[in-house]
Design a protein around this ligand. Structure first.
Ligand code: ZN
Length: 247
């Protein structure tokens, strides 16, 4: 089976469409695994949720998905993020709200556990250091874990002497084996690793055993179209500008 792994789409329809087209050109996929924050920041929350749901989908909730349902969840957001959460809430129909409300914080798909932040704090924690990785490995009951939230791609291997972060290099095939791993595919809709191109991953394997492979790819997209929609919607200027720089 082949799974398209996406995270932090953030209502960026052009980026999501470009990722799907690119993945289809690389052999396609049987299912989308989505790691949360499908909405927030960008101009197309409803269309992104509709497009995701038009495919077989396994998805978990992100903090922005929750904030779109309940603005109290945006209490720790900066002013631009809080503004966009409020704006996003107004764009959603009842069926979108029902979909978001039904998303679990943690789920499993084959040998993978899917979570937005970490297994210690599914909606909040940025899994970026060895202590945080060890905490998630300690709670992990499957072979591998997929996370988003930081918008920074990485692989983290569980070594005998502790977790070790390695580069999840673009266009390379990483074989999976009995060693446990945590992977972040990067962000589709708002990359923050100083590269504005949407980032995503593909899993190829039998969907059961601790084997198969992961690969990560990036793709160009119609960024100026997204930015023009954001201008028309009156979304904050800094959210529009950051898409140019991948921050
Ligand atoms: Zn996010």
């Amino acid at each position: 089976m082949r799974a398209l792994i996406v995270s932090d789409i953030h209502s960026n329809l052009e980026a999501l469409e470009a990722v799907i087209t690119d993945a289809e050109g690389r052999g396609g996929f049987d299912v989308i695994w989505c790691l949360g924050d499908s909405v927030g920041y960008g101009p197309d929350p409803a269309a992104c949720l509709d497009l995701l749901q038009s495919y077989p989908l396994v998805a978990v909730a992100g903090n922005h998905d929750r904030a779109a349902l309940d603005l109290r969840e945006s209490a720790d957001f900066n002013s631009a993020a809080a503004f966009s959460a409020n704006w996003t809430a107004q764009q959603l129909e009842e069926d979108h709200r029902g979909f978001l409300a039904g998303l679990p914080e943690v789920t499993t798909a084959g040998p993978f556990t899917l979570v937005h932040g970490s297994l210690r704090a599914p909606l909040r924690e940025y899994l970026l250091n060895e202590e945080a990785a060890a905490s998630t490995f300690g709670r992990l009951t499957t072979s591998y874990c997929l996370v988003g939230h930081s918008h920074l791609p990485f692989l983290c291997l569980e070594n005998r002497d502790g977790p070790r972060f390695v580069q999840f290099s673009e266009d390379e095939v990483f074989d999976l084996d009995e060693r446990r791993q945590i992977a972040n595919p990067g962000s589709v809709g708002q990359p923050r690793d100083y590269d504005p191109r949407p980032s995503y991953a593909i899993y190829v394997g039998d969907g059961v055993e601790s084997s198969g492979s992961l690969e990560r790819h990036r793709v160009e997209y119609a960024r100026t179209v997204t930015q023009e929609k954001m201008r028309i919607a009156g979304l904050p200027r800094n959210l529009i500008d950051r898409l140019n720089h991948g921050v």
